[in-house]
Structure formats: C-alpha cells, structure tokens
Write a protein that binds this ligand. Structure first.
Ligand SMILES: *[C@@H]1O[C@H](CO)[C@@H](O)[C@H](O)[C@H]1NC(C)=O
Ligand SMILES: *[C@@H]1O[C@H](CO)[C@@H](O)[C@H](O)[C@H]1NC(C)=O
Ligand SMILES: *[C@@H]1O[C@H](CO)[C@@H](O)[C@H](O)[C@H]1NC(C)=O
Length: 372
C-alpha cells in the first residue's frame, strides 16, 4: 500500500467515522433540565455550532450567544436573529441566536418597541406566534427579505446549528409554566419586518406537516397564515391551518403546491392564496401589558371575539439581492405582513431575485388591497 493509498484509506475511514457522528438535530432530545452546553460540537462541515444551549443569567444580554429558544405565550417567546448588527438572515442563519421578548432566558432581549403587532395562536397541532417586528432592533438589516430557520438544512444540523426550542404551551403541559417540553419540529421565518414561528406538538401524530420546511421562498402569509395586524396583540384558539403548500383549488380539489427550484428564477405567481384558519376566544392585550420590562401578561377585561376563516391574497414582485422591500409602494402596514422571504442560500444558490408577497387580510366584506 503506497503512502498515497494509505492516506486515502485513512481519509475514507475518517470521513466514515465523522459521518456516523452526525445525528440529525430532530433526533437530539434533551429534557429541559439536562441541556448540554452545546448540542452540535462536530467541527466538520458547517460545525461546530457558533453559540451554546445552556443559557442563564450570566449569558443574558446583548452579547448572548444563546441558541435555545422558548415559545411560551404572547408575552414570552423568542425568535432567531443575527448575532451581529446589520446582518442578513441568509448570511447568518447557521449562527443566529435567540432574541426573546422578555428577560429570563439567558438570551438577547428585545428592546421596547421591537414588536409592533403580535398574535399567539393555540391550535390542536401547534402553537404559533406571528407578527410585525422592527427587525433592525434584532440585528437584521433593514432591507433584508430574510428567510427560514428550522431544525433541518441539507445536513440536518439545523439553522441555527444545534438550535433547541422548548415550550410550556402544549396542552399536555396542563398550564404548568415551570415545565418545558422540547419542540422537535418548528419553523421560524424572519424578514421584511415580519416574523412567524410555529412549534408543532410532538404529542399530535400528524403535527409535523404543519412545520414542514419545503416552502422557504413563499413567506409567512403562506406558511403561517394569521392576522399580522399592526398594533394588535391577541391570543386566540385556532383551527389547524392547511399544511403549508396544501390548498383547495377552485374545483374543490385538495392540491399541494410545489415550490419551483430557484434555478428557474423568481416565483412570479402562486396558484392559490393561503386560508387563515378560523380563530376563537381571542383575548386582546395592550403592548405595555406584554412587553414592559419584567411585567407579565394579564388578560384584564380584554375583549373576546371569534373570527371565521379569512383569506389572504397575494401578488408577486421581485427585488434585488439584499433588498427585501417591494420595489413599489405598499398601501398599509398590514400589507407588509408577508413581504418577501428570500430563499435560504442553504437551499439553493442565491440568484438575487426572490418572490415578493404582499397581503392584506380581508376583513368581513372589505376589499383586498395589494399593491407592489
Ligand atoms: C451559564 O451558562 C454558561 C454558558 O452556557 C455556562 O458556561 C455556565 O456553566 C452556566 N452557569 C450555570 C450556573 O449553569
Ligand atoms: C448595513 O450594511 C449595508 C451593506 O454593508 C450598508 O450599506 C449600510 O449602510 C449598513 N447600515 C447600517 C445602518 O449600518
Ligand atoms: C402561565 O403563564 C400564563 C401567561 O403568563 C398565565 O396566564 C397563567 O396564569 C400561568 N399559569 C400558571 C399556572 O401560573
């Protein structure tokens, strides 16, 4: 055996060993009390993870590299965002960190005025938080159309790498705020001052379909249809949405949309609009009740209402690389509810062109206004 052959053999053996050590992130299960310092320590490929999973009072603050996120209730949740000011999601998704709505999780904490409209939905198969966000406050470049964070990626190591998500909001938790269950399947879209974060309940056998990661280019209005209303803060019970990509066409046939590969260029049309699931028992809050530092949510004498299923509509546009804003005028803040979400570069070469989806929610018989 020549030295050359030997080294090739060693290389092959090393590669084989390394490949065996990569466990998909969705198979890394840890009780909340037994979280490792780092979930993903493998230095090969995209690793190791940039931050850590044990987050506490010593890590909390503007330099936190916490990569464990909570999604508990409208007052207490985190999203993923860049660690460095003025970054794009696409450039930093593997190393993004937890930005939480309140202190106590060892993370970075959103400053007052970061969240400008939030809805927390409790559906049979998942909990979901959606809304409007001043994304520059969490280090996302002002014009970034953003992208998707989820526990997958081609190498199944997740974005961020090694990220963990926990909640106390699943029904099986029986309202116990001190017990956190791990969320195995989740997705979080960030960009264009819009966010959506869905945590699928592993106790529901069919829940993972709602947290799929097949539609990273069509944005929150499609993957997490919800209200996205400015200056509204509501908690509701909700029906399950149609799984992202699934819709009922005009002939009444349940159909599944396939996102075209990015090599075919920008998505210029979508054959459907995503239906907003019906909600009930909505409780409305004031921002200050929720996000004033350390104060917790109290439902007070809030209004309760129900809504029937609503529809969204969309048009598409395009925008240059790194420029997430639609090129023409949006009529209202709510029409930014699903501004363009740029494809994660992890799923395809960035072409610099991406879909711009703008949406207005039909309120009663109100007109749908979409201008890009
Ligand atoms: C706090 O978190 C840091 C970073 O993960 C860790 O090194 C440290 O051991 C933690 N402290 C405690 C008391 O758990
Ligand atoms: C953000 O980064 C871009 C590109 O590097 C730069 O043009 C812009 O001035 C930066 N914005 C701020 C607020 O620093
Ligand atoms: C759990 O937290 C929620 C939201 O803050 C609160 O409404 C509820 O009363 C808490 N439950 C318990 C048992 O403390």
């Amino acid at each position: 055996m020549s030295i050359h052959t030997l080294s090739l053999s060693l290389l092959a053996a090393t590669t084989a060993v390394v490949a065996q050590t990569i466990i998909p992130l969705t198979q890394r299960i840890f009780p909340y009390a037994n979280i490792p310092y780092q979930v993903d320590t493998d230095p090969t490929g995209r690793g190791p993870q940039s931050g850590y999973n044990i987050c506490n009072s010593t890590t909390e603050g503007p330099n936190s590299q916490c990569q464990t996120a909570l999604i508990n209730n409208i007052a207490d949740f985190c999203v993923w965002g860049p660690a460095t000011f003025n970054s794009t999601i696409g450039d930093t998704e593997a190393a993004s960190v937890a930005w939480c709505s309140k202190p106590g999780h060892g993370s970075r904490v959103m400053t007052s005025g970061t969240l400008t409209g939030v809805q927390f939905l409790k559906a049979p198969a998942y909990v979901q938080v959606t809304g409007l966000i001043n994304q520059v406050n969490i280090n996302i470049a002002a014009d970034d159309g953003g992208g998707e964070l989820d526990p997958h990626g081609a190498d199944e190591r997740g974005n961020p790498l090694g990220a963990l998500v926990y909640t106390n909001a699943f029904p099986s938790n029986n309202g116990n705020n001190n017990t956190y269950q791990q969320v195995i399947q989740w997705h979080n879209f960030m960009g264009s001052d819009v966010f959506c974060f869905k945590a699928c309940d592993p106790a529901v056998a069919t829940s993972a379909q709602y947290c799929n990661n097949l539609f990273d280019r069509i944005g929150c209005s499609y993957v997490a249809p919800a209200s996205y209303a400015p200056n509204e803060y509501t908690v509701c019970d909700s029906d399950n949405q149609d799984p992202p990509g699934v819709y009922t066409n005009s002939a009444g046939v349940v159909t599944t949309y396939t996102q075209p590969p990015e090599s075919l260029g920008p998505i210029s049309t979508l054959p459907y609009v995503a239906k907003i699931p019906a909600t009930s028992n909505c409780v409305t809050f004031q921002s200050a009740q929720l996000y004033a530092s350390e104060s917790s949510a109290s439902s007070s004498t809030s209004s309760v209402k129900s809504t029937s299923a609503k529809s969204t509509t969309s048009v598409t546009g395009k925008s240059g690389s790194g420029s997430g804003s639609p090129t023409s005028t949006s009529t209202s803040k709510s029409s930014s509810a699903a501004r363009p979400i740029r494809s994660s570069p992890f799923y395809g070469a960035g072409t610099g062109m991406f879909i711009a989806v703008s949406v207005s929610v039909m309120a009663g018989l109100g007109a749908v206004v979409v201008i890009l």
